[in-house]
Design a protein around this ligand. Structure first.
Ligand SMILES: Cc1cc2nc3c(=O)[nH]c(=O)nc-3n(C[C@H](O)[C@H](O)[C@H](O)COP(=O)(O)OP(=O)(O)OC[C@H]3O[C@@H](n4cnc5c(N)ncnc54)[C@H](O)[C@@H]3O)c2cc1C
Length: 123
């Protein structure tokens, strides 16, 4: 499912899968929904009205979730690869996994090591 363009109007906002369902095989949808909840809480805490909080939430979340939805879609299609895709996948994946193992997972930290500072105010 593609990322929905409008996540909010002045009175309501959608988060989680309703806004940006990822491919189930990406294993990131629940994490994204939880991150959304934390960021939305920060926005509601720090903005004076809901319309501005919803707009800030959308701005803060869109780049990350769009990147993850794209990454998930790519990974999902790689899992159902054709004969040529299978050869490429089986050549590349061991290299990727061995690189990730060597760097202690740092190459995947953009995805799995995302940190949200709850105390930091939303500007
Ligand atoms: C097979 C599979 C494997 C997955 N594996 C992973 C994984 O390993 N890691 C990961 O992070 N994510 C995984 N996901 C994705 C993850 O499950 C979702 O991204 C996550 O559940 C989204 O949470 P959500 O709260 O946005 O939506 P949902 O969990 O779908 O919650 C929406 C809720 O709203 C309710 N609802 C719907 N309509 C109404 C209505 N009109 N009134 C009242 N209630 C309503 C629904 O019944 C539901 O309970 C997987 C998904 C699938 C399908």
């Amino acid at each position: 499912m593609p990322v929905v363009r409008n996540w909010h109007n002045d009175r309501m906002v959608i988060i989680g899968d309703a806004a940006h369902a990822t491919a189930p095989s990406s294993g990131q949808g629940a994490s994204m929904a939880l991150e959304d909840a934390v960021i939305l809480a920060k926005c509601l805490r720090d903005r004076t009205d809901t319309a501005s909080a919803f707009a800030a939430f959308t701005e803060l979340r869109r780049d990350r979730v769009e990147r993850i939805v794209k990454h998930g879609a790519r990974a999902a299609s790689e899992k159902a690869a054709g004969p040529v895709g299978r050869v490429i996948r089986d050549t590349i994946l061991p290299i990727m996994f061995s690189r990730a193992a060597k760097d202690g997972g740092r190459s995947m930290s953009w995805l799995q090591g995302h940190h949200i500072d709850f105390a930091e105010p939303v500007g």
